[in-house]
Design a protein around this ligand. Structure first.
Ligand code: HEC
Ligand code: HEC
Ligand code: HEC
Ligand code: HEC
Ligand code: HEC
Length: 498
């Protein structure tokens, strides 16, 4: 006491000055603490009324702790409609895509998609829609359930604790066999809280083994990944441990990775485990290269099915939302799937992520206008302009592919040999992969407009090249041509004899 008393006089001025600084510092610290606590509150404002763990796949249980997220999650059962998105009406099942666009049906001949292929709808339906599709009239693999059920506990059980090992057992099971195990273990729920959140911390995470394998192959490649900076960072390190999205990825990246567990191109059959084809990169061409380099167990080149009319070995594309988004301006600017499809909403003092995952066009105010200052009508018009152009190109692509198929059919009719037809069928494979890529992608071009247009332009070009190649083999065409062209007449010797 006495020591400080003596010093007091000398240091009063100094103390006076520092105290202002100190008080200010304390105030700033208090404010920061307050903000950070409020942020935490905003993120996790509930005291838990029940404990949840890794095996709790029933969202209702989690709903007791996080009722606001659960309430919005349940709304995915409500049907919605936009011009190109969602699913409207009150019919039991969404509209048939293959009836609306007959070229889709013909393009899928020889494959289960020509039997039944409908509009997607909300997450609440994913398990029942999969169980009920008439594509199930053909044998389907257990791999299907990776993206339609909350099945991680089942994978762990099948793999004695190792989820990847468990998944690798399921492609050789039938859909029905695995489905029964899932139901018997009580995990017959659509995508659930535990699939995207760590039950201890509620941190976002990815769980799906096929995503892990796919993203690790992507990281290990040297493909440019401008929209995933954490992979570049990992590449600069010692690479001893494989890239692990749950520890290496940024929070922003996780807000897209959570969706990339399912909204991707894949192989899902009995020949090999569920595969995301990312070993060469995430562009359409990289994926095509991956499949072209893949062999089936019999050693032959990979294909999903043989086209029933033409015999071409076809690659079927599946909803590559994650891959196409990666090529767009939003991804490059760090705008994540969740920014548009799960925007924040204010609920009292806290910010809650809207778990009613749906078309952002039903919600432009919260989905787009947080960043864009234009009016709602203007934002809608911009999207519509992109989608309309994409739609028209897509229809032209469909028409071009049908012309290719017609030309091949008549070439066959006029006696062209399989060897002669082969080049046209290779062009069909390329054209159809590109067309299907954009048809199966669910944003009608929005996620990366220029990339989508490029892919459709290539599709149309390949289809017309294939058509031209087949037409050269067509007898009627030949009789005309053979007068004019020695090249054609040589190709047409078979036909002109008729
Ligand atoms: C910048 C905003 C934005 C981002 C980021 C974004 N999307 Fe979209 N998405 C849209 C818009 C706009 C549509 C078109 C909706 C429509 O036609 O009604 C759409 C459509 C979709 C659809 C079809 C929706 C429906 O109602 O049929 C799916 C599925 C989808 N996106 C998934 C994703 C995934 C997965 C990601 C991330 C990999 C993503 N989106 C990133 C804006 C975005
Ligand atoms: C476990 C797999 C899985 C995950 C993870 C997943 N989805 Fe889906 N999503 C699906 C399936 C399957 C459907 C189609 C359901 C149906 O039609 O029955 C779907 C449908 C959708 C639709 C269409 C909704 C509508 O009303 O038409 C949108 C939009 C969508 N998902 C966006 C996302 C976004 C954004 C994320 C990440 C936050 C995400 N999904 C995560 C599997 C998944
Ligand atoms: C990699 C994840 C994944 C796998 C594996 C998967 N799906 Fe899906 N499925 C999705 C997503 C995402 C959607 C929603 C987007 C769409 O419909 O294009 C969807 C939509 C559907 C739909 C509703 C629309 C339609 O196509 O009629 C059905 C039915 C369906 N899947 C059945 C299956 C079957 C059968 C299998 C196995 C052959 C399967 N799915 C495998 C992710 C997957
Ligand atoms: C398809 C993935 C997905 C599923 C399934 C999912 N969430 Fe989320 N959840 C997210 C994303 C993305 C965020 C935003 C997180 C962030 O940016 O940190 C989020 C955020 C949250 C948060 C943090 C606060 C907030 O609202 O931002 C809570 C709590 C939460 N979710 C609870 C749940 C519950 C409860 C369920 C099941 C009923 C659930 N989530 C299902 C993806 C998912
Ligand atoms: C988190 C911020 C953010 C959100 C949310 C967002 N955007 Fe964007 N948007 C951007 C940025 C950044 C760009 C690129 C601007 C630039 O670099 O010039 C962009 C570009 C665009 C473009 C030009 C696209 C192109 O490919 O050339 C359109 C159109 C667009 N946004 C529409 C939308 C719509 C519609 C939504 C809601 C569904 C939306 N945005 C949501 C940030 C956002």
């Amino acid at each position: 006491m006495s020591k400080s008393d003596k010093k007091f006089g000398k240091s009063v001025l100094f103390f006076g000055m520092t105290s202002i600084v100190a008080v200010a510092a304390v105030a700033v610290t208090a404010l920061l603490v307050n903000i950070s606590e409020r942020k935490k509150e905003g993120r996790n404002p509930y005291t838990r009324v029940v404990e949840v763990g890794e095996d709790d796949t029933d969202p209702a249980k989690w709903g007791q702790n996080w009722p606001r997220q659960y309430d919005s999650y349940k709304r995915t059962a409500i049907s919605t409609r936009t011009r190109f998105g969602g699913h409207g009406g009150s019919e039991a099942l969404p509209e048939e895509k293959i009836e609306r666009d007959p070229w889709l049906k013909r393009m899928f001949l020889g494959y289960a998609f020509s039997i039944d292929y409908r509009d997607r709808r909300g997450h609440a339906y994913m398990l029942t829609d999969q169980a009920e599709t008439k594509r199930q009239t053909k044998p389907q693999s257990g791999s299907c359930l990776h993206c339609h059920a909350s099945l991680m506990p089942v994978y762990r059980k099948l793999g004695n604790g190792d989820a990847l090992a468990g998944m690798n057992k399921t492609h050789s099971m039938s859909y029905q066999e695995l489905s029964k195990i899932i139901h018997d273990m009580g995990h017959d729920h659509p995508v659930s809280c535990v699939d995207c959140h760590d039950p201890k911390t509620m941190q976002l995470r990815v769980t799906r083994p096929a995503f892990m394998v796919g993203i690790q192959k992507l990281a290990a490649s040297d493909a440019p990944v401008p929209a995933i900076p954490s992979i570049d960072l990992w590449r600069q390190g010692n690479r001893k441990a494989p890239y692990d999205p749950n520890t290496d990825a940024t929070h922003t990246e996780m807000r897209s990775f959570a969706c990339g567990q399912c909204h991707v191109e894949y192989y899902c059959g009995k020949a090999m485990p569920l595969t995301f084809p990312w070993s060469n990169g995430l562009k359409m061409d990289d994926l095509e290269k991956h499949w072209d380099e893949t062999n089936l167990p019999d050693g032959k080149r990979f294909f999903d099915y043989k086209h029933k009319e033409s015999g071409a070995e076809i690659l079927k594309a599946q909803h590559p939302e994650f891959e196409l988004w990666n090529q767009g301006i939003h991804a490059r600017n760090g705008v994540a799937c969740a920014d548009c499809h799960m925007p924040y909403m204010r609920e009292g003092a806290s910010k809650v992520s809207d778990h009613w995952v749906r078309s952002p066009l039903l919600n432009i105010n919260r989905s787009c206008q947080t960043c864009h200052r234009s009016s709602e009508a203007e934002m809608m018009a911009r999207v519509d302009s992109i989608q309309e152009k994409n739609f028209n190109l897509l229809q032209r692509g469909g028409a071009a592919l049908m012309d290719l198929l017609d030309a091949v059919a008549s070439a066959k009719k006029s006696g062209a040999t399989p060897e002669q037809i082969k080049p046209a069928l290779e062009l069909q494979r390329k054209a159809q992969w590109r067309l299907d890529y954009i048809a199966a992608e669910n944003s009608m071009g929005f996620h990366a407009p220029q990339e989508a247009a490029r892919i459709l332009a290539e599709s149309i070009d390949y289809a017309r090249q294939g058509q031209a190649a087949a037409l050269k083999l067509n007898s009627r065409q030949c009789t005309v041509d053979s007068v004019q062209s020695t090249v054609y007449s040589r190709q047409c010797t078979v036909d002109s004899r008729q």
